[in-house]
Design a protein around this ligand. Structure first.
Ligand code: G3H
Length: 253
């Protein structure tokens, strides 16, 4: 099955608002049509509305880096799924390893957020991946299978098909150490198998799976050539317009 590639930049806590607006202006006219590929920037939440407005007539789409699962309430500092949908945001990263490590995100909150995303018609990019220790002890399959199984718990087949999974080995994030395309493809294939066991082959073949972890213009093509890799979640290399555009170019395989 031909799955549409999806390249998403995750800016994390970087850039000023004016830098974000300059970036959007610079890349705006150079983003491929949505028929060819989905192109997303997951920016700090306070930049999103301005960027969304600036990119309104272009194929560039915006995503949030996290959100709460409730739509309102006494959750000081949190951002609701409904408010993201309300300003025209299409995607949301859920369960990034930095959120799991530093902000108490668990498989249970990830699952609640997956349901919340679909409730508000946001497309979730659900992250999973093992630590270096887990990899060295041979636990990659176990860790990733469990994260995917728990993250997808209770999702309908239709919802599961629309979800995006980002496989990000934690030891490859921001380290310059990329997983080899073969290893990345193997784990992305395993994720597809887990989804097939949870649902069926058709669903597993529909889900788009990204690789993330030190993706650069130099390695994107060799990753994208692999059967189970449908895109990338890019941190550091998404911060500069030229490297982000080069990754998009390299993803057109
Ligand atoms: O969400 C993105 C990842 O954490 C990857 O970051 P990186 O490309 O800087 O390694």
């Amino acid at each position: 099955m031909m799955r549409k590639p999806i390249i998403a930049g995750n800016w994390k806590m970087n850039k000023s608002y004016s830098e974000a607006m300059t970036f959007t202006r610079e890349v705006n006219q150079k983003i491929p049509s949505e028929d060819v590929m989905d192109t997303v920037i997951c920016a700090p939440a306070i930049f999103l509305k301005g960027m969304e407005e600036r990119a309104e007539d272009t194929p560039l789409q915006m995503g949030a880096q996290t959100m709460h699962f409730e739509n309102s309430g006494a959750f000081t500092g949190e951002i609701s799924p409904k408010s993201l949908a309300d300003i025209g945001i299409s995607f949301v990263i859920i369960g990034h390893s930095e959120r799991r490590e530093m902000f108490n995100e668990t498989d249970e909150t990830v699952n609640k957020k997956m349901h919340a995303a679909f409730r508000e018609d946001l497309t979730p990019i659900m992250c999973c991946g093992e630590t270096l220790n887990q990899k060295e002890e041979g636990f990659t399959e176990k860790v990733v299978s469990e994260q995917v199984t728990k993250g997808f718990n209770g999702l309908s087949k239709e919802q599961a098909k629309r979800a995006i999974v980002a496989y990000e080995p934690i030891w490859a994030i921001g380290t310059g150490r990329t997983s080899s395309p073969e290893d990345a493809n193997k784990t992305c294939g395993l994720i597809r198998q887990v989804i097939e066991q949870l649902y069926d082959n058709e669903t597993a073949q529909s889900v788009r799976i990204q690789y993330g972890g030190s993706v650069k213009p130099e390695n994107i093509s060799s990753l994208m050539e692999k059967e189970h890799i449908d895109g990338a979640l890019v941190g550091g290399a998404s911060l500069q317009a030229d490297s982000f555009l080069a990754i998009i170019e390299g993803a057109k395989v």
